[in-house]
Design a protein around this ligand. Structure first.
Ligand code: HEC
Ligand code: HEC
Length: 268
């Protein structure tokens, strides 16, 4: 076990990409015009390509465009809204039990390479068929039906379990420009996960989860102390307040996204 004092948090700088910038990139990448040549493939993407061929292509197709065994990853909201593996890596690591997507046992750096490859593929595909990419453009988003969105909000979307149009979401459309609102709704700001650890001696430590993989787990406790353990040494439970949002990403159809977005836009 390792314990470090509060001011050593800098050892683990957290990089938060601006959501707005990321979204604008998603929306406007295809509008840069049709490129004269393909985007250059980074070293990581090159390695990821080989890894993808070996571990994923059987089901998702050599270029990620899907087969009868697995969906087209170029039309996947998970892939399109992924930032540095935050959405793709959990699917690869844990699979989708019962849905035909196995947990794929490759290392974190191999996953990072596959993620780099998928982003490169998406960029490449957007350039080749910009019309497809416009599916996610704002103009298209604003064509939803607000009444249907309200029904989704209170029904199948389960949004009303956690949100209220007269409470936390009151005035949300005034608070954010449409592009920001879309980003917040599909991928809310990083809300820290909490982990409760039971150490071998039976002691309990609860704190903000800083890091976790198959080998180690680290938290910052309420006093700001950093603790880490080998994952195999301890029992732990992780609470992620955004799990519902991530799960919803898999359930949305394009129509329900547009509808619920149109409804959110009425909350001025
Ligand atoms: C045995 C077939 C199979 C293999 C191998 C496989 N997948 Fe999948 N994958 C699937 C299926 C089927 C789904 C759809 C699961 C569902 O309906 O939720 C899926 C879903 C996904 C999704 C989520 C798509 C979305 O929008 O919900 C991602 C991302 C993904 N796979 C990436 C990968 C990567 C990367 C690899 C290789 C490291 C891989 N998969 C290997 C069958 C496979
Ligand atoms: C299980 C609880 C839960 C469910 C279900 C849920 N959300 Fe959220 N939502 C959260 C949490 C937690 C946050 C992050 C904290 C925050 O920003 O308010 C969040 C953030 C948001 C935000 C950003 C708010 C802001 O001020 O940045 C929007 C918009 C939003 N959710 C819309 C929805 C919609 C629409 C649905 C249904 C389709 C939904 N949520 C379903 C818990 C939930």
């Amino acid at each position: 076990m390792l314990v470090l004092p509060p001011n050593s948090g800098k050892l683990f700088p957290r990089v938060r990409t601006g959501i707005r910038i990321a979204l604008l990139l998603v929306l406007y990448t295809p509008l840069r015009g049709i490129a004269d040549d393909n985007p250059p493939q980074s070293e990581a993407a090159r390695r990821g390509h080989a890894q993808f061929s070996q571990s994923c292509a059987f089901c998702h197709g050599a270029n990620g465009a899907g087969t009868t065994e697995g969906p087209n990853l170029l039309r996947s909201g998970v892939v399109r809204h992924d930032q540095n593996g935050n959405l793709i890596a959990p699917v690869v690591r844990d699979g989708r039990p019962g849905k035909g997507m196995p947990a794929v046992h490759i290392t974190d750096s191999q996953i990072a390479d596959v993620v780099a490859f998928l982003h490169w593929r998406l960029d490449d595909a957007d350039r080749a068929t910009p019309a497809d990419a416009h599916d996610s453009s704002l103009q298209h988003l604003l064509t939803g039906n607000a009444d249907a969105g309200k029904a989704f909000f209170n029904g199948a979307g389960r949004c009303s379990h956690c949100h209220s149009p007269s409470g936390d979401l009151a005035g949300i459309a005034t608070k954010y420009a449409p592009a920001d609102l879309q980003a917040r709704f599909l991928y809310p700001a990083d809300v820290p996960k909490t982990a409760s650890i039971t150490t071998p001696s039976g002691a309990q430590v609860t704190g903000q989860l800083l890091y976790q993989d198959e080998f180690s787990i680290a938290v910052k406790d309420r006093e700001g102390w950093y603790h880490s353990w080998a994952s195999s040494e301890v029992k732990f439970q992780i609470q992620d307040p955004l799990v519902a949002h991530l799960e919803l990403l898999h359930e949305y159809t394009p129509a329900s996204v547009h509808d619920v977005f149109a409804y959110l836009e009425t909350l001025k």
